[in-house]
Design a protein around this ligand. Structure first.
Ligand SMILES: NC(=O)CC[C@H](N)C(=O)O
Length: 215
């Protein structure tokens, strides 16, 4: 059986629209997530196969998640046994990070074993684009990495379980840990679907595993 994937996109703040357009280009119909009822029904059944946390302002998204009563439920869903796949880009990467340099109080999901530093390259005017070669995305051109007030991944807290899929000058910019995929830049602002396709493949692989065998 091959049912349509339901990939939730957190629509609290940031560039969720661009992620939704990207998922559509990957053949997936996105599901907007603005409150807890979009994630869990009243019997506690999970309504999405995965979640995308967009770029934007991590402090705002974290605060809204908390105020809307979604932070703890999302944290629970992301952890085993449910292990909901999550893609976080830029602010989304910060929200996934277990440690945020100098800002331990920042409200976040905090389930991925990375340390990040917010605004690591400076302010808005120091935003930049570059090209990244990656073995994971080796087909075709290098990835175009749009960094907007981007964070840096400054440390892998569990190097044995966090895979670096792409790095710039030795600094990880795309990392994966089991069901979690984080990217310090914005693939959703380009026309290159490879990072999203990789995420969709992660979600499909997991959904297939979780499905009862049809006879
Ligand atoms: N483009 C982005 O998502 C910027 C992230 C932002 N600087 C933050 O710390 O939340």
């Amino acid at each position: 059986m091959n049912r349509a994937l339901r990939i939730g996109v957190l629509e609290l703040q940031g560039d969720f629209y661009e992620h939704e357009a990207m998922l559509q280009r990957c053949g997936v119909q996105p599901v907007g997530v603005r409150r807890l009822a979009h994630l869990l029904d009243d019997r506690g059944e999970v309504l999405v196969d995965a979640l995308v946390i967009p770029g934007g302002e991590s402090t705002t998204i974290g605060m809204l998640l908390d105020e809307l009563g979604m932070l703890e439920p999302v944290r629970q869903l992301v952890r085993p046994p449910h292990a909901l796949p999550v893609l976080g880009t830029c602010a989304g990467c910060i929200l996934l990070a277990r440690e945020v340099k100098s800002e331990p109080q920042l409200k976040r999901i905090g389930c991925m074993d990375i340390e990040v530093q917010r605004n690591a390259y400076g302010s808005q005017v120091d935003s930049f684009e570059c090209h990244v070669r990656s073995e994971q995305f080796a087909d075709g051109e290098p990835l175009r990495a749009v960094h907007i007030r981007a964070p840096a991944i400054t440390r892998l807290l569990q190097p044995e379980s966090v895979r670096v899929l792409a790095a710039i000058e030795g600094r990880p910019v795309i990392v994966q840990q089991g069901n979690l995929l984080a990217c310090t830049f914005h693939p959703e602002l380009t026309t290159d679907t490879r990072v999203h396709q990789h995420f969709v493949a992660m979600v499909r692989a997991r959904t297939r595993k979780a499905m009862p065998k049809s006879t």
